[in-house]
Design a protein around this ligand. Structure first.
Ligand SMILES: [Zn+2]
Ligand SMILES: [Zn+2]
Length: 235
């Protein structure tokens, strides 16, 4: 081993032994369906465990390929909320990834509606959840810790997953660069949207939010309009 190699090995051993992590989180974004919805495969490089977030229409093949390519064992499939564009492929992904499906209980009314009505040209198999997630729950994926935040407004029972050490949040349709998720649909609430923005303002500027559509947002870049929006509601 060269001196350089030895040095690297020593540093690696030290990092592995301690609680420090270097690039432990690996995020793969898969965009699919008629309104370009993002699914995320989030892996922990140290343990090869992963979590899948959302299941857009026509995403299953690519999500499952990503899992197989990286040899991940999937801990959970989480649905951020139950609008059709986030849940259509859930049954197949759940079955083939062999992972339990989790959702917030308040999202069940809309989920049952989507299963019952379908959304032409798609139909949804029954995806009775294996587990409900609530504010404050923690999901362990290898060394990663995802904290569940209840962030309704755009949809009932919408949740976000926050990994504090990595400063990353997966928010579904909660927050986008320059705006919040639409609050004028059945089940949406402007009041709850405001409360959710108030909650997100407590996050540090450095947190990157991966939304259900489009590119990530950074809390620091969104803080001024969010503050204005929240203040307007309390005035
Ligand atoms: Zn939505
Ligand atoms: Zn959406």
């Amino acid at each position: 081993m060269t001196p350089h190699g030895r040095k690297c090995a020593t540093i690696w051993a030290r990092l592995s032994a301690g609680r420090e992590r270097v690039d432990a989180m690996h995020i793969k974004t898969i965009t699919a369906g008629p309104i370009e919805t993002n699914a995320f495969v989030v892996g922990d490089e140290a343990s090869n465990e992963a979590i899948i977030i959302d299941a857009p229409p026509d995403s299953a093949d690519r999500v499952l390929d990503a899992i197989r390519d990286d040899g991940y064992s999937v801990r959970m499939l989480v649905l951020t909320h139950s609008h059709f564009d986030h849940v259509i492929d859930a049954a197949r992904i759940k079955q083939e990834a062999g992972a339990p499906l989790a959702i917030h209980e308040d999202a069940m009314v809309q989920l049952r509606q989507v299963i019952q009505d379908g959304q032409a040209p798609y139909s949804v198999d029954d995806i009775g959840p294996d587990q409900y997630l609530n504010e404050g729950d923690e999901i362990a994926v290898g060394t990663l810790r995802f904290k569940v935040m209840h962030t309704p407004g755009h949809a009932p029972g919408q949740i976000s997953l926050y990994e504090e050490q990595e400063q990353v949040m997966f928010g579904g349709d909660t927050l986008f660069p320059g705006g919040y998720g639409r609050a004028d649909w059945p089940g949406s609430s402007m009041g709850e949207t405001r409360e959710t923005m108030r909650k997100l303002l407590e996050l540090p500027d450095s947190v990157t939010v991966y939304p259900g559509h489009g590119l990530p947002a950074q809390i620091g870049n969104e803080r001024s309009w969010m503050t204005e929006f929240v203040d307007k509601g309390s005035g």
